[in-house]
Design a protein around this ligand. Structure first.
Ligand code: ADP
Ligand code: MG
Ligand code: ZN
Length: 618
């Protein structure tokens, strides 16, 4: 804003300067009349041709008896009369009746204008320089203030977030309760000679509530809360990040007991000496400063650092040493009970129909983290508002789940009849395979309404959450993923590009099974290849080969045979249940969406289910 104003002023000044210069030059040349030398004027006076001379400074305007007007210039230092006399005009001729010599006193205003037209351009130029200079200085000042921490302080007096707002992470809350107690009554701990934790590292997937948890700790303890994100530390100029850290800690010490919260600490705390990035030196300095500050804390400083990361594996080991971030609090993805509790927190204060079943919603959202659930509740509220309802009902929640998982419905997408038929068989194929496999989930919904990128979708949820996946379950995941493509082949004897995402996932899964999980019979229980994050490219994963060419061939063959095997199984299941496949595809073409009841009416589950955890949508 400020710099825009300044450049605006510069433009105005430039504009004025140009106008003034133009005015000045025009003024100089004003009067396009014929200019004659002064001796010619003298001759004309002698001849009696001149009627009037108007003398304005050194400029002469001469009116002739025949009404011609010419101009001339006199020497500014001597009076006109003297000059004319010197050129041989007699005093009689000068005072003859027909001639009027009119000396114009310079008008004060005109004088000002002419003075201004000389001086103004200079003033403007000086002004311009001044502005440019000031601007340069301004940015200099800004560079100085970069060193100041941008930490935002939230006062603990009016806690906005408490432990009540954080649901489903009871263990984490318990551990942090200790930190809260210390901040409230440090003396109690110090009296017993207990060493107080300096740093707490919150670890968890994005959206699991790390930021929320840190705020809740400060809310519970009633202490000031200084928050800054790791990426804010690392900015433009070398050394600035380090001075920010210093400033942040000074502020916190002044307000102690206090909490310093460093969000996304992996931005500064990466392994030192790793990576080739340009900002890498900067990061190292910042990290060093952070370590120095943490070591400099006395036990009675009463400042606790809480840091959050979703990548603890890439943090510098120095940060994790005892005496620094020695406490690690893990925020897991919530289980079904946790999800129900988080739902409860977020529906509070919203008008929700009494028949809404939060447990059912929790069951339908495996893998959701707190942020997803917040988003889900919000989507449901928006849907209810758009349907002009007074309360949010179960149907809005269910629709919202699909929106969050697969994106909004795209009913307007034009699909021709033939394509619709292929999509119907593709989705029916996934669903039939899910239903026929003992290890797979239960089908919740099949639809050929396109959502987001997908042409159609099949949703299946497990009956309960699971932590481990068996080899057989992973195999069944692959068969389910390939069910769509297999149905296309079984029904049309041709295949389409619609399965590209399925194929990508299935290949990745097979690769993981062989190389990371040791699930290939030929290659045995070993991990192949070292995965390393290329720091300078951010997310890129590079794989370092630590196996021979011979093994590489075996890996490829093993992956290929896993996928091929899964595909053959999918095809054989679909051939076996061909009539069910046709019925479901036809029903889909008719009504577009089948819920669980409609699906099982056509195709009752033919096997005893013992659970599996495929991805939520295929
Ligand atoms: P993170 O920092 O781990 O990425 P956030 O703390 O920013 O996640 O969480 C984002 C939002 O998700 C929070 O503002 C909150 O509304 C919701 N949320 C996340 N976890 C929980 C939880 N355990 N209980 C209640 N709400 C949660
Ligand atoms: Mg966060
Ligand atoms: Zn598919």
């Amino acid at each position: 804003m400020k710099s825009r104003n300044q450049s605006f002023i510069i433009y105005i000044l430039l504009f004025i300067a140009i106008i003034a210069m133009v005015f000045f030059t025009v003024n100089q040349q004003s009067g396009a009349q014929e200019e004659i030398p002064i001796n010619e004027l003298a001759t004309d006076i002698k001849n009696g041709d001149v009627e009037q001379i108007i003398e304005d400074d050194s400029r002469l305007e001469i009116t002739y008896t025949n009404n011609d007007i010419k101009t001339s210039t006199k020497d500014p230092s001597t009076p006109l009369i003297d000059q004319l006399v010197a050129l041989g005009v007699t005093p009689e001729e000068l005072t003859s009746e027909g001639l009027i010599i009119d000396i114009q006193l310079p008008s004060p205003l005109l004088g000002l204008v002419s003075i201004a037209s000389y001086i103004l351009p200079f003033i403007i130029l000086i002004g311009l320089f001044w502005f440019i200079f000031r601007q340069a200085q301004g940015s200099n000042n800004a560079a100085m203030s970069f060193g100041k921490s941008k930490a935002r302080m939230f006062s603990g007096d009016h806690p906005t977030v408490t432990f009540e707002d954080v649901a489903g992470v009871d263990e984490a809350k318990e551990e942090l309760q200790e930190v809260v107690e210390f901040l409230r009554e440090p003396q109690k701990f110090i009296a017993l000679g207990a060493r107080i934790p300096k740093g707490v590292l919150l670890v968890g997937a994005p959206g699991t509530g790390k930021t929320l948890m840190a705020k809740a700790v400060s809310g519970e303890a009633g202490t000031p809360f200084f928050s800054i994100s790791g990426s804010e530390f690392v900015e433009m100029f070398v050394g600035v990040g380090a001075s920010r850290v210093r400033d942040l800690f000074e502020q916190a010490k002044r307000h102690s007991p206090a909490i310093v919260f460093v969000d996304e600490i992996d931005a500064v705390g990466r392994h030192r000496g790793a990576g080739l990035g340009g900002s890498h030196d900067e990061r190292e300095q910042t990290l060093n400063q952070l370590l120095v500050e943490m070591d400099g804390f006395d036990t009675d400083t009463n400042v606790i650092i809480i840091a959050a990361t979703n990548r603890p594996d890439i943090l510098d080991p120095a940060l994790l040493r005892p005496g620094r971030f020695d406490r690690r609090v893990v925020l897991d993805r919530p289980d079904i009970k946790g999800r129900e509790e988080i739902l409860d927190v977020h529906v509070k204060g919203k008008p929700v129909s009494p028949d809404v079943d939060l447990y059912d919603i929790a069951r339908s959202t495996p893998g959701f983290v707190g942020a997803d659930i917040e988003n889900l509740v919000n989507e449901a509220a928006i849907l209810a508002a758009r349907r002009d309802k007074k309360v949010i009902e179960q149907s809005e929640f269910m629709e919202a789940i699909e929106r969050v998982i697969a994106g909004p419905e795209r009913k307007s997408r034009l699909i021709n009849e033939n394509e619709k038929k292929i999509i119907a068989y593709h989705e029916a194929g996934h669903a039939v395979v899910i239903n026929a496999l003992p290890e797979a989930d239960t089908v919740q919904k099949v639809s050929i309404i396109s959502r987001g990128e997908a042409g159609g979708y099949t949703m299946a949820f497990p009956e309960e959450d699971r932590v481990l996946k068996s080899r057989r379950q992973l195999m069944s995941d692959m068969i389910v993923l390939l069910g769509g493509r297999a149905a296309e082949e079984v029904a049309f004897n041709d295949i389409t590009s619609g399965a590209s995402n399925d194929l990508e996932r299935v290949t990745k899964l097979a690769r993981t099974m062989v190389m990371r999980l040791g699930m290939s019979e030929e290659l045995g229980p070993m991990v192949y290849g070292k995965q390393e994050e290329l720091v300078f490219l951010g997310r890129e994963i590079s794989e370092q080969r630590d196996y021979s060419e011979h093994i590489a061939e075996k890996i490829d063959a093993s992956i290929q045979s896993l996928v091929q095997n899964a595909y053959d199984q999918a095809k054989s299941i679909l051939s076996k249940y061909r009539s069910e496949l046709d019925q479901i595809a036809n029903k889909l073409l008719e009504v577009e969406t089948l819920n669980a009841d409609a699906f099982y009416e056509i195709f009752p589950t033919p096997v005893e289910k013992n659970g599996g955890i495929p991805e939520k949508v295929v």
